[in-house]
Design a protein around this ligand. Structure first.
Ligand SMILES: [Zn+2]
Length: 219
């Protein structure tokens, strides 16, 4: 009886240990697969041509330093990793390098949606008009408060968020932070928030509302 209990006890201990080991192993495997990255700005000023055309850093002859990885080159690489979709939700978007990345993805057939703040999309240097002219779906948030988000979702998988507006000043001068993560618990709410604001600013919907209001007024 005593021996049997000891054997059962040992069995339970062994099972607990192996389950814990298995859990540890799983979490190791998961953390290795989940991308998490933090970038700080201002970014060092360096040529980013190689992020657009790999193997070109030997041939680029601009005056900026070459073969230097910077916060901006890391950010560009993450954005350019999009293969199916890119959703961008930005208060202010005037940075030419980041705009070039979005236009390049668009030319490759990546489905792109951009939400921006109504007031800031019209300021000098804003890339919003250029993106729209290129055929990219753009919606400007027209609510009375600022659409102050600064995030992007790549392939519904990768979240890029933080304090950084996609402007030259923010990239080169300001102290800013950007968090890049594939953590599904963090990515999912941002996908939902994007969808919410996107639908909220649906021009067809607004047109319906305007029609509805004028019909009511006429009646
Ligand atoms: Zn260069």
């Amino acid at each position: 009886m005593m021996v049997t209990m000891k054997v059962v006890g040992l069995g339970i201990v062994a099972l607990t240990v192996s389950l814990e080991l298995f859990g540890w192993f799983l979490s190791r495997l998961r953390s290795r697969r989940t991308l998490n990255e933090v970038l700080f700005f201002p970014s060092k000023v360096a040529c980013v041509e190689h992020t657009f055309t790999p193997n070109s850093h030997h041939s680029c002859c601009c005056s900026l330093p070459h073969s230097v990885e910077t916060s901006l080159s890391h950010l560009l690489r993450r954005i350019l990793s999009a293969s199916t979709s890119l959703d961008v939700c930005l208060f202010s978007f005037s940075n030419m390098d980041l705009s070039r990345a979005v236009l390049l993805l668009h030319s490759k057939g990546v489905s792109i949606r951009v939400i921006s703040d109504k007031d800031y999309s019209a300021i000098t240097g804003s890339q919003i008009g250029i993106l729209r002219k290129a055929g990219i779906s753009v919606r400007c948030d027209g609510s009375s408060v600022h659409m102050h988000h600064k995030f992007a979702v790549v392939d519904s998988r990768l979240l890029i968020t933080g304090s950084l507006n996609w402007t030259l000043t923010a990239v080169q001068n300001n102290k800013e932070n950007v968090l890049i993560t594939e953590e599904p618990d963090l990515v999912k709410p941002f996908i939902q928030e994007f969808q919410r604001i996107w639908l909220l600013n649906d021009p067809a919907q607004n047109y319906q509302n305007i029609k509805l209001i004028s019909t009511v007024q006429e009646a």
